[in-house]
Design a protein around this ligand. Structure first.
Ligand code: FES
Length: 504
């Protein structure tokens, strides 16, 4: 069993690792690369516990690697609560854990968690006396793992760039990029904001596979490379990566506020297309917060973008093609596998895994993770029971959970959302991506349950509908009608999507 190692870079990878740099981590010198986040460098160095939880003192580690959980919060260059999965390595950077006493690795307060079984409530620990409260605050801060205030000056204010654009697209994943492209090809100017450091969304996952009826299973990377040249060669799209949208104001007209470390944007837009995607979730089971448990996409990103294996052997749990594809890729790269837990029993990918002698477990679900500070094993039980009948030793586990749609910005802008029992709230749209707000469209995972391939179609369709709302062009209407008909025909031919996808 190993904790943390690096794989050799892959020539076909769309990611570049960048220059080697060194970081300081609690007295150790850690090797990283200037194009990879701090969390990846720490995991490669075998560091699993990144902190302690605020309400209890349970160990915490990265889970999503996309800035959507709080497992990777650390103190970086004197600034507390920095998301290390979103912060790129820089030479000389000083990284520290910020919670736990005497350290995050060994937190003595873990032993008193039984005193607060309903969680630690720091708000209820203050008294009427301000002098007692000053003392209490010090103690509570140690207990609650919020870190110490920053020692450095706040960063200088960045300039405000205020301008107008016909359309703003939020999200540079498959849906957002194809919506932007459809709009730009229709002659409209588009500004696209993407929160992460990369555009391309799920196509960047090495394990993303798209079942094309004409060409068989295609990898996400091959589809990404086809689309990339189109995105890069379409005039009229201005893309800002690493620039999250902070707010959408929809009064008399739409305004979109976005910001990155260099500037803040306030864009006056006629239309908005929301393609914020979805958050990865870990399903419910006992100890599902142990360091070493990752979302399947997060694990894929570690392997494919940064070549980091956080621990071996690896267990994979999930029913989609993406899980099976990732298992095959790990095996090809000589990563030790504990097994794959899936309900897929046949098909090309299953046969491929069998051919590689990878253990496959059917008809079971994950009921518990075990380990004192990080994952040591998972327990599996038959689908209809809760008592484990099988234990898999593993140091990492990549788990697929139902994605939770990122509906918030559209909701704040006044769009109607509705609840779906399988995945939670999502943005309500008609077939063309029009929301309940006349100037706002939505597509992809924030609005519909979609595979990567479908998100590309949905984005295109919302982009065209948005373009038609700006300039009632019969040619665009004809194109949109054709697209909708193609989708309808494909749906009626099979229950599978137009080009199936990662959801098996
Ligand atoms: S926010 Fe960094 S791992 Fe989830």
């Amino acid at each position: 069993m190993t904790l943390g190692r690096r794989l050799k870079p892959q020539s076909e990878s769309p990611f570049e690792s960048g220059e080697a740099v060194t970081l300081q981590f609690e007295g150790r010198t850690i090797q990283g690369y200037d194009n990879e986040p701090v969390a990846a460098a720490l995991l490669a160095a075998g560091i699993r516990v990144f902190g302690r939880s605020i309400k209890y003192h349970r160990p915490r580690g990265p889970v999503c690697l996309r800035g959507h959980c709080s497992g990777c919060l650390m103190r970086v260059d004197g600034i507390p609560n920095v998301r290390t999965c979103e912060t790129l390595c820089r030479s000389g950077m000083v990284v520290e854990r910020q919670s736990g006493w005497p350290s995050s690795g060994f937190d003595i307060f873990r032993s008193i968690d039984w005193l607060t079984p309903d969680r630690l409530d720091h708000h209820g620990m203050f008294t009427a006396s301000s002098s007692v409260n000053r003392l209490a605050a010090r103690f509570i801060r140690k207990l609650s793992g919020l870190g110490e205030p920053p020692t450095s000056d706040p960063p200088a204010a960045v300039g405000l760039n205020r301008f107008s654009s016909e359309v703003v697209v939020i999200g540079g994943g498959n849906a957002g990029l194809s919506a932007a492209m459809a709009l730009a090809e229709s002659g409209h100017e588009v500004v696209l904001f993407e929160a992460s450091n990369h555009r391309g969304g799920r196509l960047l996952d090495a394990s993303c596979c798209i079942d094309d009826p004409a060409r068989g299973l295609l990898t996400g990377w091959s589809v990404f490379n086809t689309w990339k040249s189109k995105w890069e060669n379409t005039a009229g799209i201005e893309i800002h990566i690493n620039t999250p949208v902070l707010a959408v104001y929809s009064g008399d007209h739409l305004e979109v506020l976005a910001s990155n470390p260099k500037q803040t944007f306030l864009v006056d837009a006629k239309r908005l297309v929301v393609c914020c995607g979805a958050y990865e979730q870990i399903p419910l089971f006992a100890n599902n917060d142990l360091p070493g448990l990752f979302g399947i996409r997060a694990f894929d990103k570690l392997i494919s973008a940064y070549g980091v294996v956080p621990g071996e052997p690896v267990a994979l749990v999930g029913d989609s093609n993406q899980t099976l594809q990732l298992a095959g890729l790990l095996s090809d790269r000589n990563v030790g596998l504990a097994g794959v837990v899936t309900n897929q029993r046949d098909g090309e990918l299953v046969e491929r895994l069998k051919g590689k002698n990878i253990p496959i477990f059917h008809g079971r679900k994950l009921v518990r993770a075990r380990g004192s500070k990080w994952l040591d094993r998972i327990e599996l039980a038959p689908q209809d029971q809760t008592t484990a009948d099988l234990v898999l030793d593993c140091k990492s586990c990549a788990i697929e959970g139902p994605p939770s749609p990122a509906y918030e910005l559209a909701h704040h802008a006044g769009c109607r959302v509705t609840f779906r029992s399988s995945s939670g709230y999502h943005v309500v749209t008609d077939k063309q991506g029009q929301t309940s707000h006349s100037q706002i469209f939505a597509a992809g995972h924030c609005a519909e349950s979609a595979t990567s391939a479908l998100a590309l179609n949905h984005g295109q369709r919302a982009g065209l509908a948005c373009a038609i709302s700006l300039s009632d062009d019969p040619k665009l209407t004809k194109r949109l009608d054709e697209l909708l008909k193609q989708e309808q025909d494909a749906q009626s031919e099979s229950d599978c999507p137009l080009v199936g996808g990662e959801h098996g």
